[in-house]
Design a protein around this ligand. Structure first.
Ligand code: SF4
Length: 435
């Protein structure tokens, strides 16, 4: 499908260029490239992490043609292309538009939607959230008001299991057993119950109410609102009534403290009787060969879609159960994480050196060198104190500092005193801390 109009020219950001909040956020996108130390970076929004096999082919081709070849997954289930050559933005935008990955250039940075990756596939939760996802994306792309959302504003569509509810989105739809939705705004104490058929519309109403409650362009997320989320919820309830959405205010269930990643391996139990393959990606970086294998598996053996997960994994739905073990074995042989016994399981890192100018260390190389027996706790390596993309919940935290690498343990929201460790002893210290 060809884009109806040529997308606007990309606007690379200079290294270190950060807009003050009053001028809007500088979150990268497909059209607003970020200039990193290893070339330009494009973040392609993938609502719900769902790409077709054909879109996966297009992304892989673009990564090879214009960038370094690999696909990087983000903590919101989006795809990043790195190492892009200067001046490639026009071709990138055109090809993304042709593949359907840029349905509305004006909205490209606001299509931030995460969804339960295994919804409808394993019998847990209250069924698929695919219809909500498709409708919310279409409504967002049709909303002039939504163009003003920041690139950080997040929607979560949770099938009731609580996995993406725990990610603390700005607007969350939590599916109920009868098909209705509980709508949360930020960390408001209450929620609003709405019919399932009106849930996506209600989510857009909530986002637009947020925009009208925000005092300035520097208010990016519900947690930034000076009057807090409860005042926003009151306004949302009023607007839902005005939009003739059947809304009932109710108490909100406690948000899960930790966001549970999808089970890895062969997944069964969905209503269709098909299996799904769920794999993790070492440090969130999928090589060109792994990406081709995943896209080819989805096309030949699955339902022709892939789901990229906020836990830097990929799900291939729609596989014949009797073929699942062999297909999973092939994905494992290609270096993907197929079960909790993989030494890469629970290991994460930011991009570090040489990709990030702020990094004090090549943390990905160090993380690879420290990979060993699986520990009880996950570990996350950061090249500086910003800790980009770090997971929530209990973990071992390794941060590069001018003095070396600080190791601490986060448990139950509390952090142990950091210990500075020399590079040679990092593997042993991290292994001991993971337990
Ligand atoms: S945590 Fe620091 S080093 Fe890592 S990507 Fe973020 S800014 Fe760069």
């Amino acid at each position: 499908m060809l884009a109806a109009m040529p997308p606007p020219a990309p606007s690379p950001l200079a290294p270190g260029e950060n807009s003050p909040r009053t001028q809007g956020d500088a979150c990268p996108g497909s059209l607003r490239l970020h200039r990193a130390d290893d070339g330009a970076l494009a973040r392609v929004r993938v609502p719900g992490g769902v790409v077709t096999a054909e879109q996966a082919d297009a992304l892989g081709e673009l990564a090879g043609l214009l960038g370094e070849g690999d696909i990087h997954l983000t903590s919101r289930g989006n795809a990043q292309l790195r190492g892009l050559a200067d001046g490639c933005g026009g071709e990138l935008a055109l090809r993304l538009g042709e593949s359907g990955l840029l349905p509305s250039p004006r909205h490209e940075r606001v299509r931030n939607v995460v969804a339960s990756p295994l919804s409808g596939l394993d019998g847990r939760g209250h069924g698929g959230v695919g219809p909500w996802l498709a409708e919310l994306d279409a409504l967002l792309c049709a909303s002039d008001r939504a163009v003003s959302l920041s690139g950080r504003f997040l929607f979560a569509l949770d099938d009731g299991r609580g996995d993406v509810d725990a990610l603390g989105a700005d607007v969350t739809l939590l599916k109920q057993g009868d098909g209705a939705a509980l709508l949360r705004v930020g960390a408001a104490a209450d929620a609003v119950r709405v019919p399932g058929a009106q849930a996506a519309h209600a989510a857009l109403v909530a986002a637009e109410a947020f925009l009208d409650s925000a005092p300035d362009a520097g208010t990016w997320r519900v947690s930034d609102l000076p009057d807090g989320p409860d005042a926003l919820l009151t306004e949302v309830v009023r607007r839902l009534g005005a939009a003739e959405i059947d809304a009932t205010r109710s108490g909100a269930p406690a948000r899960p403290r930790e966001a549970a990643a999808p089970e890895l391996g062969t997944v069964t139990g969905g209503a269709s009787g098909a299996a799904a393959l769920s794999v993790g990606v070492p440090l969130g970086r999928i090589t060109a060969a792994q990406w081709r294998l995943l896209a080819g598996t989805a096309r030949r053996e699955g339902d022709r879609t892939l789901r990229l997960t906020p836990w830097r994994g990929v799900v291939v739905p729609g596989v014949a159960p009797e073929r699942a073990a062999a297909l999973l074995g092939a994905l494992g042989a290609a270096g993907l994480i197929t079960g909790p016994e993989s030494p890469w399981h629970g290991v994460g890192a930011c991009i570090g050196r040489p990709g990030c100018a702020k990094s004090l260390s090549d943390v990905r190389a160090l993380a690879g060198a420290a990979v060993g027996p699986v520990g009880e706790l996950p570990v996350y390596w950061s090249g500086c104190a910003r800790r980009c993309g770090h997971p929530h919940g209990d973990r071992v935290d390794v941060v590069a500092t001018p003095e070396g690498h600080e190791v601490s343990v986060v448990r139950g929201g509390a952090r142990t005193a950091p210990v500075t460790v020399a590079e040679q002893t990092l593997p042993a210290t991290v292994a001991a801390a993971r337990g």
